[in-house]
Design a protein around this ligand. Structure first.
Ligand code: NAD
Length: 267
């Protein structure tokens, strides 16, 4: 199989965000952490929000930023997060609303209970409503801002290996982002949804290291023949956050190695 190697996007020197302030939820790990590093390398002040206090504090230290312990399902904590970012750095320019979960108990609709359904909706979708609302308060006052919400390729296509609440939550993130992008377009605020394909983060590694068959079942659908690296998502977020994307809003921005547009894939 011919594989296209990933570029280490965290190492590319490009400074498009000097003086901008970025809030990154789920910034202690995976896509959020890689994005915090990338945005910092482009000159942004970084505020990391996560429930994992140790990893969150370490991530903030690594990027010379601030850690605010936040459960993104809690309205007061979310408002405090964005207010703290504003009070510390004087603006809120970028909101990367990215925290999310995909618990094993969320599977086929035939076996997924209401408690699991609600938990996933809360963390993956309600959190994006709360974070977008809190970010918009600051951005509307400033007349400027870029919100990027993490959806998923499963918001665009169905999967026989179902995670029913996860998929529905990401469809919601996509629709919510599109609507906000349209509503606030004339106020200088752009809102886009990032749709990653499968990404080589701890979550995925743990799942598939235990079960290579599960990995193979999914990899065959990716034309590039590999999972994405978190830095490749970070590069897309940095573009959407920057003025290079000044005419890009209300979009589902797909970074998936060709997955969602493939019928057959290269052998
Ligand atoms: P990850 O598990 O590495 O990181 C998620 C982070 O969110 C963790 O640090 C976790 O502590 C934090 N978090 C969880 N619940 C939280 C809460 N209530 N409040 C605050 N923080 C919380 O996962 P990742 O792979 O980097 O995923 C990031 C986002 O990308 C998620 O929204 C996920 O659904 C999405 N995504 C991931 C993939 C993939 O293949 N990894 C593909 C498509 C979309």
């Amino acid at each position: 199989m011919n594989e296209t190697a990933a570029t280490d996007s965290t190492q590319i020197i490009c400074r498009r965000l000097p003086g901008r302030t970025a809030v990154v939820t789920g910034g202690a790990s995976g896509i959020g952490l890689a994005t915090a590093k990338r945005l910092a390398s482009e000159g942004a002040n970084i505020v990391i929000a996560d429930t994992n206090a140790d990893a969150g504090a370490a991530a903030a230290e690594a990027v010379g930023g601030l850690f605010v312990a936040t459960d993104v399902t809690d309205q007061d904590q979310v408002e405090n997060l964005f207010q703290t970012a504003f009070d510390t750095y004087g603006s809120v320019d970028i909101a990367f609303n990215n925290a999310g979960v995909s618990p094993p108990a969320d599977a086929s609709i035939t076996e997924t209970g209401l408690d699991v359904w609600r938990k996933v909706q809360d963390i993956n979708l309600t959190s994006v409503y709360l974070c977008s609302q809190a970010a918009l308060k600051h951005m509307r006052r400033q007349g400027r801002g870029s919100i990027i919400n993490t959806a998923s390729f499963v918001a665009l296509m169905g999967s026989a290996t179902s995670q029913v609440s996860y998929t529905a939550s990401k469809g919601g993130v996509l629709a919510l982002s599109r609507e906000l992008g349209v509503e606030f377009a004339k106020e200088g605020i752009r809102v886009n949804a990032l749709c990653p394909g499968p990404v080589n983060t701890e979550l995925l590694r743990e799942l598939f290291a235990k079960d290579p068959e599960m990995a193979a079942r999914r990899l065959v659908h990716v034309p590039m023949g590999r999972f994405a690296e978190a830095g490749e998502m970070a590069a897309a977020v940095a573009f959407l956050a920057s003025d290079d994307a000044s005419f890009v809003t209300a979009q589902s921005f797909t970074v998936d190695g060709g997955l969602t547009n493939a019928y057959t894939t290269p052998l």
